[in-house]
Ligand binder design. Structure first.
Ligand SMILES: [Zn+2]
Length: 388
């Protein structure tokens, strides 16, 4: 089976290249915003949507009137409409809010949807002969760990680990003062892994990051909590300063850098934990959380977002797939209420952290009880017997 994976590396553009990329990002952002407005206007008038193809066609025409559009490669420029389409799809399918106008800070990446050098048949118009020729896409690999981007030149990339598989596309991303290249790779999965344990159920913890059905926890690491505390303090300090002053600017930079640090540390943590789970269990059962329903409860929503549960599940899902295992989302159906031992329903408010069953005398941590129930539903679904 083929899977998609991402590899992220830092790259080091020179000053001119940075300026160019910043300019490209703002062109793409403007294209996104005006396409969004066009779609809204078109809908109000005609009661029907404006498709991606129509937007792309319009852009091709616009290139004649706005030469600025021709200063950048056309792939990332066209990819803008994919993003818009995706934003609408997420909205209609209940995963996100209605698409918004993007501000500077919301548009940080450019995607080249094709990559490398490919052999292509080219017909000679005069002789009618068909020749096979190498075609280099706007983004490709250069020599000595450089990335080649047309209209930009070559940029050194720190490939700290090697890419396995075929690169399908590359995204250039701005994060604070740093720049990254994210390679999306297609590769065959390894299907011959032996798993130490057949399955586990995982529940989102409120105090712990996650709780497994064998009672073990995944805790948020201390260093992460520490940086988060620092960030909070820095933000507070910033809010007390005079906006626009030199000190305020300095402090704002500090806050930005702490944000990036927290994000990096969290991602690293999520990678390590999900890697471990995917190597240990063939089946990982998790609750299919309808985040939207959770948002109603502000306190709970915060803890879910903070813990990055959604990001964790996505990472876990592709890692499981990549290992020949499977992440399975289970519909939450009284998983936190029912007794995992006798099945009796024990109603409890969110604040009640311990499950106490009066029928069979089971006393368990609330999340542990839920994790066992999640695994049970999953095993039942697959007709498997529990691991002893
Ligand atoms: Zn019971």
């Amino acid at each position: 089976m083929l899977v998609r994976m991402n590899y992220k590396y830092e790259m080091f553009p020179n000053k001119d290249q940075m300026e160019t990329m910043n300019c490209w990002l703002s062109i793409c952002r403007q294209q996104y915003n005006s396409a969004l407005l066009d779609k809204q206007r078109f809908y109000q008038k005609n009661k029907t949507g404006l498709s991606r193809h129509e937007l792309q066609k319009q852009q091709t025409k616009d290139k004649q009137t706005f030469p600025l559009l021709k200063t950048m490669p056309s792939q990332p420029l066209q990819e803008v409409f994919f993003r818009l389409e995706e934003a609408y799809k997420n909205f209609f399918e209940g995963r996100a809010r209605y698409p918004k106008i993007k501000k500077h800070k919301d548009y940080q990446s450019l995607t080249f949807t094709q990559f490398g050098v490919e052999k292509r048949k080219v017909k000679n118009k005069k002789t009618g002969k068909v020749n096979v020729r190498d075609v280099r896409y706007a983004a490709s690999l250069g020599e000595n760990n450089h990335l080649l981007i047309s209209k930009l030149g070559s940029i050194y990339v720190n490939f700290h680990r090697s890419i396995e598989g075929k690169v399908k596309q590359v995204t250039i991303k701005r994060q604070g003062h740093r720049w990254f290249a994210i390679f999306s790779v297609e590769r065959h999965v390894n299907e011959t892994v032996d798993f130490p344990v057949q399955s586990t159920g995982v529940d989102v913890g409120i105090h712990k990051f996650a709780v497994l059905s064998d009672g073990s926890n995944v805790e948020n690491p201390r260093f992460l909590l520490k940086t988060e505390k620092k960030l909070k303090r820095a933000q507070k300090k910033l809010s007390r300063m005079k906006q626009g002053s030199n000190n305020w600017k300095k402090q704002r930079l500090k806050v930005q850098q702490l944000h990036i640090k927290v994000a990096n540390q969290r991602r690293d943590f999520l990678h390590k934990r999900s890697y471990h789970l995917s190597k240990t269990y063939k089946f990982v059962f998790v609750e299919d959380l309808k985040i939207r329903n959770m948002v109603k409860n502000r306190h709970l929503a915060k803890s879910i977002y903070d813990a990055g549960w959604g990001a964790f599940c996505r990472k876990l899902e592709y890692k499981c797939k990549n290992n020949g295992g499977e992440l399975v989302r289970i519909k939450p159906h009284y998983t936190s209420q029912d007794c995992s031992s006798c099945g009796k329903r024990v109603k409890k408010a969110l604040s009640v952290r311990t499950h106490v069953c009066k029928s069979c005398g089971t006393v368990l941590d609330r999340d542990h009880n839920a994790a066992i129930n999640i695994e049970k539903v999953g095993l039942d679904l697959y007709g498997l017997s529990p691991t002893l």
